[in-house]
Design a protein around this ligand. Structure first.
Ligand code: BGC
Length: 341
């Protein structure tokens, strides 16, 4: 794998942003920004399959978290409130009545320090105690590594100096027919999950776990993404499409999802050690914000496989705990593998 960097512009605050390129011997390339540790491009078989923007102005004008690493807590926390060790913390409310994706200025908007190491590109961010009102200083390290078999590995490490809550993910938007293809009608998805977490009308898990059987959430076998998306199903109506946390079968590092484009033949396999995955069909993308090469990004014009701990896990004992204790290490990994079929 070759790694090099170039300047990518400056933020409104005047911070310099770098773009780092990773390339393997097949010519597969990934571009990662120090702004948000963002995956800005993913070029496989001469096709850029990850949505992104050409400039920092583009990134700062959008609110869809395109390609970014999300933290300190990915997805929603009900009413932005949680209690840890007897103390209640109130977080920023930025999504209806709830807290979403780390708050007003989450990890997606921070400048990360990048360093090339033997096993890939490492990005570092130190989230101070009390940032966005979360307890404890959290040291975070994300590593991107592109192997010679066209798999992109994203590893997450974090540790805190006090007990805190953590949920990290990557918010890449994929369109396997090309980032500007505009819809998902030629794409199929499979998710290795028998169950998902029910959402309320604000897309917040209610705590109830539902079976996918007999519902439009059943992706246990490859299904066309959009075949059932407009059905009058209460969960789809609440999500304005797919925007739910699937409970991935099994545990440890395992295959959690697959996707394929019938147009390009690009097939993607996703592996993770996380318990859940938010399958989100970009229901709120807005075309007025031009993407790379002037592309129009439409609602349902891409999908995200956000491997994660369960959203709203701070509220439920029966969800996997999001608590990271002092002196523990948070360690998670996701792999996106590509091939042509
Ligand atoms: C959330 C969506 C949200 C999107 C972009 C997803 O993880 O579940 O509801 O619109 O991120 O912010």
């Amino acid at each position: 794998m070759k790694i090099w960097k170039e300047p990518f512009g400056t933020t409104k605050k005047g911070e310099a942003v770098e773009r780092w390129w990773l390339e393997n011997k097949n010519g597969t390339k990934a571009a990662v920004l120090t702004y948000g540790a963002t995956l800005q491009s993913l070029i496989f078989a001469d096709t850029d399959i990850a949505l992104g923007f050409d400039t920092m102005e583009g990134y700062e004008a959008q609110d869809a978290y395109v390609g970014a690493v999300i933290g300190r807590f990915a997805n929603r926390i009900g009413a932005g409130r949680f209690t840890l060790n007897g103390k209640t913390y109130d977080l920023y409310i930025n999504n209806g009545p709830n807290h979403l994706h780390g708050g007003k200025e989450g990890f997606d908007k921070k400048i990360w320090r990048a360093e090339e190491q033997e096993d890939g590109l490492h990005l570092f961010y130190i989230s101070p105690d009390g940032e966005e009102n979360y307890p404890g200083t959290l040291e975070v390290e994300v590593c991107y590594y592109l192997d010679e078999e066209d798999a992109l590995h994203i590893s997450y490490l974090a540790k805190a100096d006090q007990d805190t809550v953590v949920n990290l993910t990557n918010h890449a938007y994929f369109n396997l027919s090309g980032h500007g293809a505009g819809n998902l009608d030629d794409q199929k998805v499979c998710i290795y999950a028998d169950r998902f977490t029910e959402n309320d009308e604000n897309c917040l898990p209610t705590g109830k776990i539902l079976s996918v059987v007999g519902t439009p959430m059943d992706f246990r076998e490859m299904q066309p993404v959009t075949a059932r998306i407009t059905e009058d199903d209460v969960q789809l109506v609440r999500g304005n499409g797919y925007d739910h946390n699937w409970i991935i079968n099994g545990d440890g590092m395992r295959k959690c999802a697959e996707a394929v484009s019938e147009t390009t033949g690009i097939y993607m396999e996703t592996w993770t050690d996380q318990p859940g995955m938010q399958f989100y069909t970009a229901n709120y993308l807005t075309p007025e914000k031009k993407g790379k090469d002037g592309a129009d990004y439409h609602p349902r014009g891409a999908f995200c496989f956000e491997t994660q701990g369960f959203p709203n896990a701070t509220g439920f004992e029966h969800f996997p705990t999001p608590v990271l204790h002092v002196n523990e290490v948070y360690e998670r990994k996701t792999i996106f593998r590509f091939r042509i079929i």
